[in-house]
Design a protein. Structure first.
Length: 200
């Protein structure tokens, strides 16, 4: 998909401490909050870890905390889904589901929020500008940060925002840790009619 994208990058030079601080604060806010949690989305995720083959999947978030991951490539990896406090797995592409374990969804959210708040304190090297992809112009915010829970990783994130709404339409993550490089590209679509399966 990325090979079909014609991108023209127009990065604005950030001059003066005021603009630099504004850009950094914008990046830190995107890192800590992302898109609103109460909006249902369908996200196409392309991921590569080290020298391993690239993987692709769809991730569905229904706006209530429930989610499902649908593998595309390779297609022999089980799907997973969280409904309420239960994690499920499907080995037949969503036709049937089996319980894997019980989740503590509230604690997981608190842990993620705390980790993001700590990571936001390490933000640096931020730039803000504009970029056009497939005829659509986005505001772009990118920068570096460090995570240390439980192992230290260095990250570079790049966000493509709808100029009128601030919605994160695309985001890329480049991560280095323990000598391994990770790269992830997410393309995020609103999905107001999303309905997740109900395991029997």
């Amino acid at each position: 998909m990325r090979s079909a994208i014609a991108a023209v990058l127009v990065l604005c030079a950030v001059s003066g401490p005021g603009l630099a601080d504004e850009c950094r604060d914008r990046f830190a806010s995107l890192l800590a909050k992302g898109n609103p949690d109460d909006v249902a989305v369908k996200t196409h995720i392309t991921q590569k870890v080290g020298g391993a083959p690239e993987t692709r999947n769809y991730n569905y978030w229904d706006g209530t905390g429930d989610w499902m991951s649908e593998m595309i490539e390779p297609d022999n990896i089980p799907w997973s889904m969280a409904r309420g406090d239960t994690l499920y797995m499907s080995t037949d592409k969503g036709k049937s589901w089996s319980k894997v374990r019980t989740l503590d969804a509230e604690q997981n959210k608190e842990d993620v929020d705390a980790r993001r708040a700590e990571e936001a304190k390490t933000v640096r090297n931020t730039t803000c500008g504009e970029e056009e992809i497939d005829g659509v112009r986005y505001r772009v915010v990118e920068g570096d940060y460090t995570s240390m829970l439980p192992i230290t990783y260095e990250h570079h994130n790049k966000y493509w925002l709808e100029p009128d709404t601030g919605w994160i339409a695309r985001v890329s993550y480049e991560t280095i840790g323990q000598g391994i490089e990770f790269s992830v590209l997410q393309v995020v679509e609103r999905a107001p009619d999303l309905v997740l399966p109900k395991p029997e």
